[in-house]
Design a protein around this ligand. Structure first.
Ligand SMILES: Cc1ncc(COP(=O)(O)O)c(C=O)c1O
Length: 395
């Protein structure tokens, strides 16, 4: 980092280029080495017992994982960050850190679906009860707080349907009741929303998406403030779910270009989302940066950018035809791939499955198609979507 400016005063691309950057620690080489490690040697028996040295065993961290986690700390403004082997592991780690048998958890109903599986399939077995809440609840979350509520899990915008949440209002109520707040911040990345500055205690990223950015890495990060960090660190050590060295390196490498990639994702996505608002065959566009979207005011107040996934609701009044029309749309695409995940350089489409929703119910107008807008040329992507809409129309 510059000798004269503090990192928090520099522009975001300057920070991305220099976060977790320590060439002098590696003989001047610009990037850190990829340290493949289980064993770390100690100089003598006494140090072996006291463990009084920087690195002690591969699961607890290496120069490679440290370079990544310190870069994320700089972006999140966190006390500490751990890197874990997937975004899903990053979502579940805070639950295990914050909750014990007999506790109660609040989870937003528009949550990334596998989070729900974890609550039903794992937490329930350990005697932890989950209640789902309306993403638009804001300060009314008060009515759902119980004496044993220990964690409120948020995700904004919500998965597939992109509902916004009033994070500061929720955090204020949760804290007044002694509960922690976690947030899956994958959509915005710390460039477009900084959860810890808005009252969140634990910020979670599927760094698989924009930080890694090339659809070739699975990795997650969990960043915590001073209050939550000790439990996150301890749980990470107990579970042994450490990110692999090559994946950590690739993610650090991805971070260097994340700012310019995100700017392009944002620009192309907004252009396409706006064009689709007026397109025949599209009932609604679900994107929080569009003025027409409910919750846009919260996005405008709290976020400073938007990324590359959003959804369209196809205009298919006949419920019986929805699946066939959605499949016709997907099968006509030539540039968009059909695949899960997002945040890579290539465009993807998926027919969103919203069957597990109980409160944030699926739109009635038709099937929801989620689009991840990649780095290709907008004209080619628009032509592809028009092909999809024409096929859905004729199906
Ligand atoms: C919002 C969100 N959180 C977490 C994850 C999980 O990430 P990973 O695929 O790295 O397990 C995903 C994956 O699609 C996601 O969309």
């Amino acid at each position: 980092m510059s000798k004269t400016k503090k990192s928090s005063q520099t522009g975001i691309n300057t920070r991305l280029a220099h976060a977790g950057y320590a060439p002098r620690s590696f003989f001047g080489f610009v990037n850190p080495p990829v340290v493949h490690a289980s064993t770390v040697l100690f100089p003598d028996a006494a140090t072996m017992v006291s463990r009084d040295q920087k690195y002690t065993y591969g699961t607890h961290g290496t120069p490679t994982t440290d370079a990544l986690t310190s870069a994320i700390d700089e972006l999140e403004g966190s006390e500490g960050t751990v890197a874990v082997p997937s975004g899903l592991a990053a979502v579940t780690l805070p639950f295990m850190a914050a909750l014990s048998a007999g506790d109660h958890l609040l989870v937003v109903d528009s949550v990334y679906s596998p989070t729900r599986n974890f609550c039903a399939g794992m937490l329930a077995r350990f005697g932890i009860e989950t209640t789902y809440y309306d993403p638009r609840i804001g300060a009314d979350i008060e009515s759902l707080m119980q004496p044993n509520t220990k964690l409120v899990h948020t995700e904004a915008p919500g998965s597939n349907t992109f509902e916004m949440q009033d994070i500061p209002a929720i955090a204020e109520v949760a804290h007044a009741h002694g509960a922690l707040v976690s947030m899956d911040n994958t959509w915005a990345t710390p460039l477009y929303f900084k959860p810890l500055d808005h009252g969140v205690d634990i910020s979670i990223h599927a760094a698989t998406k924009y930080p890694a950015g090339h659809s070739d890495v699975l990795i997650g990060t969990v960043s915590a403030n001073k209050t939550a960090w000790p439990a996150i660190k301890k749980t990470f050590s107990m579970l042994g779910i450490c990110a692999a060295p090559d994946d950590s390196y690739m993610t650090l490498r991805g971070l260097r270009t994340m700012g310019i990639r995100l700017a392009r994702h944002q620009e192309s996505t907004l252009a396409i989302a706006r064009a689709l608002e007026d397109m025949q065959g599209v009932a609604r566009v679900l994107h929080p940066a569009l003025e027409s979207f409910p919750g846009h005011d919260i996005w405008k107040r709290d976020f400073c950018g938007s990324s590359g996934i959003f959804s369209i609701v196809l205009d298919v009044a006949d419920a019986e035809r929805q699946q066939a029309k959605a499949h016709a749309f997907l099968d006509a695409l030539q540039v968009f791939g059909l695949g899960y995940s997002w945040g890579g350089y290539e465009s993807l489409a998926v027919h969103a499955n919203l069957s597990d929703r109980t409160i944030a119910l699926p739109p009635k107008e038709g099937p929801v198609i989620r689009l991840q807008i990649g780095l290709e040329d907008v004209e080619d992507l628009m032509a592809d979507i028009e092909r999809g809409l024409a096929a859905a129309h004729s199906a």
